[in-house]
Design a protein around this ligand. Sequence first.
Ligand code: AP5
Ligand code: MG
Length: 213
Amino acid sequence: MNLVLLGAPGAGKGTQAEKISERYGLVHISTGDIFRENIKKETEIGLLAKSYIDRGELVPDEVTCAIVKDRLRWKDCKNGFILDGFPRNLFQAERLNVFGHIDGVINIEIDPKLLMDRLLGRRVCEKCGANYHISLLGGKTVCEKCGGTLIQRKDDNPETVAARLKVYEAQTAPLTEYYGNKKGILMTFQSTEEPPEALFREIAAALDGKFKK
Ligand code: AP5
Ligand code: MG
């Protein structure tokens, strides 16, 4: 099963992708995580990506598509993958049609009023990248998976978030229509103030119904 996850910044793509990947044994491929890893290691890709990410803009398509195309060739993708944050515009979606096969697209919709709080309240583990929200942390300041320090992502500030939301509306939101026109692959869900597990139950029920053997 090869899946794509669509949704605005802060909709909960990473949170749900982690749960979906664990339950169905899919490789979780987040282009945002790949760029952040490269920034940390100060690679050439990292240096290039940083300037775009800090401004809330998309990293150039050629760079992003080459990374995903290469990653999908790895052996571990044979049993299925979930793409989180790719494709992000029509050009990337068309390229993905050429180098990858997609069985389903999960679109997470969310009331824009919830997004700022989700993003400004997000904390990530400096060491392993695990994702938390302060409202669910109960005052904890270290990662429950590896003990690493929890920090804020550099692009989770009001100015960059506003830029990311604009880019999403202009370039990524049209992908719901694009995939909606491809028969039967788009599944749309609402992210609410319920905890992440509630949304995951809905997604899992839809995937079980659609892809049961
Ligand atoms: P990326 O890392 O993909 O960021 P994003 O799309 O802006 O999405 P986020 O990761 O911010 O949000 P999310 O939907 O994953 O939400 P999360 O689960 O964390 O991309 C970053 C940058 O990289 C881009 O701006 C761009 O520059 C570049 N880039 C990446 N892909 C690219 C591409 N294809 N092409 C070009 N450039 C690219 O949840 C958010 C918070 O809410 C967390 O704190 C979480 O714990 C919390 N939360 C989630 N669900 C709930 C809930 N139900 N209740 C309460 N809290 C919740
Ligand atoms: Mg994410």
